[in-house]
Ligand binder design. Structure first.
Ligand SMILES: Nc1nc2c(c(=O)[nH]1)N[C@H]1C(S)=C(S)[C@@H](COP(=O)(O)OP(=O)(O)OC[C@H]3O[C@@H](n4cnc5c(=O)[nH]c(N)nc54)[C@H](O)[C@@H]3O)O[C@H]1N2
Ligand SMILES: Nc1nc2c(c(=O)[nH]1)N[C@H]1C(S)=C(S)[C@@H](COP(=O)(O)OP(=O)(O)OC[C@H]3O[C@@H](n4cnc5c(=O)[nH]c(N)nc54)[C@H](O)[C@@H]3O)O[C@H]1N2
Ligand SMILES: [Mo]
Length: 734
């Protein structure tokens, strides 16, 4: 007997249970991800939260140990803390709770938490995401809300690119490892099929990136090893060269854009020689690339990573402007794209309807933060902040409630986040695992994983809806989020409003039937027995902005692409005026640019204790890649433990020498569990790069995450190497 399941990194089958549980790919998936190999080893790992636990207050949050208690004691404590916090106003509860949680349409931690808190009086929410906040806020000004959705939720589909595109100019490359992941999961990973077809037909990629292997192995092309943070200069120079060669599409700029001519004036002195000096690319290579772009059907794509940097709005904006100068926006396989390779859903097909969703409740509290301003919220109550033309104030937070995210993985400057988490009266965390965030809570409630409950799984544009079937008993005393919230709501007097009288099993059936009513699907029981159902009406032939080119206006103020936005100009942000500008990378005494990209061996911090993630470690630490020349200059050999530091903190990592890194660039992926157990040696002895990243927004426009890059120095670590304790539960030992 096997059951069907799904994760953000793909659908699977499960057989066995407990320590002998086995996970195999969904049989219909042509290219399942190796990340499935993390699931079995994590299932009953010692880092699971077994029972509700309360912090024993002594040294402070994140330094104390915990005592296990009964569910009744823990839930009473949660209900009391919520009641006490609400006396200060409902906005004193921060329930933003950013994070990826798990796949599954019903047991989605944030949806459950938000509904629970909204029905109880409301909460301060978080806006946008860590992934592409700068794009989410800037793009509506440039291409309208519908245009933003069209770009971010899919763009031109891969089969169209495979059939029509001659050249992809990929700023940030097109990574294969990241494309396996899609929010909600993916039943069918067909990207590599499309890449192979495209390559066989002759598609070539110019991968403009600090890392050679940002170009998927199934693609062919050239690596232009750019200095990080200088893409805008290269984009300006490419536009300059298109003009110089008479290849700028002036008709397109005049007919379809506002500010096209102004952009040409802005790049008049931005020559390839100027950009070569800044970016480290050859002047001749920039000129040649501009000519290749004009010689055929060209797609310009900007990976999400480029906008997770200081002034991250600019490479996005300049990339769109460059595509407009080339004039192929709206043509099959040409124009602009954003996030190809970043996740599987970009270019990965479209469904003409939404997916089943647990109903939200209206949140009566208007207060919010841009999600990456969490430390500012907690450290600076009452202080004002700018965001997208508005001015707002941080409420005074008394209680933080986190379910389904790991801020001590995802946020920048973790030393500062520790100080921030010391401020509120109460921190409540729901987790299956003793993450660093759980260790910084007062109340930790153990929740089930997707293997321990029934759910529905699907990602946008995917081929199938998956029955996520319970494969094993809940671990120890772990419970479903839904039942936890129902019990707390009962203590607070609104259980019936939260549950609407349904059990979780009844909700699943209801969500499926309600959603599928017009779709001619099998009944719920047949779907469940089959384990999956094909989603009808899927298409994978979208051409981004084809309708716009055919005369349908965008929902911008002008109906055109606004390369100059009077709205943004009116906000008066000098660092983000109404048109794309180049900012020199900030000066730093630290010589190496550390690329903190997404890990190939896991999703973020999830299942870091699993087999695939552990196998990638070096001396038990997260691998850090650096160029052999930079290593030699520091006496570092392959396999050495290294210490990486800057003014914000320090970490230990395992060195891997690789000429896939441009000189001056090192790479350390996110997601190694934060381990502050030996502060005399390093802030984190395991290799979480967020002890080194600055906690600053992209700009006042979007206030997005800037964690993709840090400036650091690296040295060989010759002192004692403390053990990694990141996975040890901080429990009181009687
Ligand atoms: N330096 C740097 N930092 C970055 C980035 C970067 O590029 N550089 N990228 C950023 C990006 S794009 C993102 S999206 C974030 C990701 O940041 P997060 O989404 O916070 O990272 P995850 O590790 O996915 O955290 C999800 C947590 O939910 C828990 N979980 C799983 N299932 C359940 C459940 O059913 N219930 C509950 N309550 N919990 C569950 C998991 O155990 C895990 O701890 O990181 C950001 N941080
Ligand atoms: N395996 C795996 N896949 C994932 C995730 C994961 O955790 N694991 N996370 C998912 C999530 S939440 C997101 S948001 C997406 C993120 O998707 P992306 O943002 O596209 O992914 P990253 O790996 O962070 O960055 C891609 C590459 O950008 C390059 N880069 C960095 N800075 C610069 C620069 O200044 N200029 C140029 N030209 N290139 C630069 C880096 O070399 C890096 O390898 O990935 C998703 N996919
Ligand atoms: Mo993300």
């Amino acid at each position: 007997m096997s059951s069907t399941g799904s994760s953000h990194w793909g659908a699977f089958r499960v057989s066995g249970a407990g320590a002998t549980l086995e996970v195999t790919p969904r049989p219909g998936d042509p290219d399942p991800t190796p990340l499935l190999g993390n699931i079995a080893g994590a299932h009953r790992h010692g880092s699971r939260v077994a029972r509700p636990a309360l912090r024993r207050p002594r040294a402070g949050r994140g330094y104390d140990s915990f005592e296990e208690v009964s569910w009744d004691t823990a839930l009473d404590r949660v209900a009391e803390a919520l009641t006490r916090a609400r006396e200060h106003g409902d906005n004193a509860i921060f329930g933003g709770s950013y994070g990826w949680a798990s796949a599954g349409r019903f047991h989605h931690a944030q949806s459950q938490l938000h509904r629970f808190l909204a029905l109880g009086g409301g909460y301060t929410d978080a806006r946008d995401n860590y992934s592409f906040a700068a794009s989410n806020v800037a793009l509506p000004h440039l291409v309208g809300h519908r245009g933003t959705h069209a770009i971010i939720r899919g763009g031109t589909d891969w089969p169209v690119i495979a059939a029509h595109t001659d050249l992809v100019v990929a700023f940030g490359g097109i990574r294969a490892a990241t494309s396996y992941v899609s929010p909600g999961g993916r039943a069918t990973h067909d990207l590599r099929e499309h890449l192979r077809t495209a390559t066989a037909r002759g598609l070539r990629v110019a991968s403009v990136s600090p890392l050679r292997d940002d170009l998927a192995a199934d693609l062919a092309g050239d690596w232009l090893a750019i200095r990080p943070g200088t893409d805008v200069a290269v984009m300006f120079a490419l536009a300059h060269q298109l003009v110089a060669d008479g290849h700028a599409d002036l008709d397109f700029l005049d007919k379809y854009t506002v500010g096209g001519r102004r952009f040409l004036a802005d790049v008049a002195d931005r020559t390839p020689a100027w950009a070569a000096e800044i970016s480290g690319l050859d002047e001749a290579a920039i000129v040649a690339l501009a000519r290749r772009m004009a010689a055929g059907r060209t797609l310009i794509t900007v990976s999400w990573s480029l906008q997770r940097t200081r002034h991250g709005e600019q490479p996005l904006w300049a990339g769109l402007a460059l595509a407009a100068v080339l004039g192929q926006i709206g043509l099959p396989g040409g124009g602009f794209g954003h996030g190809y390779g970043s996740v599987g859903e970009v270019g990965g097909g479209k469904l003409p309807y939404g997916l089943p969703t647990f109903p939200r409740a209206r949140n009566p509290v208007p207060d919010f933060i841009p999600c990456a301003r969490i430390a500012d919220l907690l450290l600076h109550p009452g202080e004002e902040f700018d965001y997208d033309g508005g001015r707002y104030a941080y409420p005074d937070t008394k209680l933080v409630y986190w379910a389904g995210g790991n801020p001590f993985h995802h946020h920048q400057d973790l030393n500062r986040l520790r100080r921030a988490f010391a401020r509120p009266e109460t921190v409540i965390v729901h987790e299956p695992y003793w993450t660093a965030t759980a260790c910084h809570a007062d109340v930790v409630l153990p929740v089930t994983t997707t293997l321990e409950r029934d759910d529905l799984g699907a990602g946008r544009g995917d081929t199938h809806l998956i029955a996520m079937q319970r494969a094993d008993e809940p671990y120890a005393e772990a419970r479903d989020e839904y039942d936890i919230f129902a019990d707390v709501a009962q203590r607070l007097g609104y259980r019936a409003a939260f549950t609407e009288g349904r059990t979780s099993g009844e909700w699943l059936r209801h969500l499926y039937e309600d959603w599928g009513a017009d779709l001619d699907l099998p009944g719920f029981d047949d779907f469940w027995a089959a384990g999956e159902v094909e989603l009808p009406g899927r298409r994978a032939d979208t051409v981004l902005f084809a309708g716009f080119r055919d005369g349908r206006p965008l929902d911008t103020p002008s109906g055109k692409i606004e390369l100059y936005s009077a709205t943004v100009a009116g906000f008066g942000y000098d660092e983000c005026p109404g048109h794309p500008v180049f900012h020199e990378p900030e000066l730093s005494p630290y010589p190496i640019v550390l690329i903190c990209n997404q890990p190939a061996s896991r999703l973020h911090s999830q299942l870091d204790m699993g087999g695939v993630s552990q196998q990638a470690k070096i001396a038990g630490r997260e691998p850090l890649r650096l160029h052999p020349t930079d290593a030699a200059a520091r006496g570092i050999a392959d396999g050495d433990v290294v210490r990486v530091h800057n003014d914000l903190g320090s970490l230990l990592a395992g060195a891997r020498l690789s000429d896939a890194c441009a000189p001056g660039v090192a790479q350390l992926s996110t997601g190694a569990w934060f381990d502050p157990s030996a502060p005399e040696v390093a802030t984190c002895v395991h290799g979480n790069p967020n002890v080194l990243t600055r906690d600053v927004g992209t700009s006042r426009l979007a206030q997005g995450c800037t964690g993709q890059q840090a400036r650091v120095e690296i040295s060989r670590h010759d002192g004692p190497t403390p053990p990694v304790r990141a996975y040890d539960p901080p429990l009181e030992h009687q």
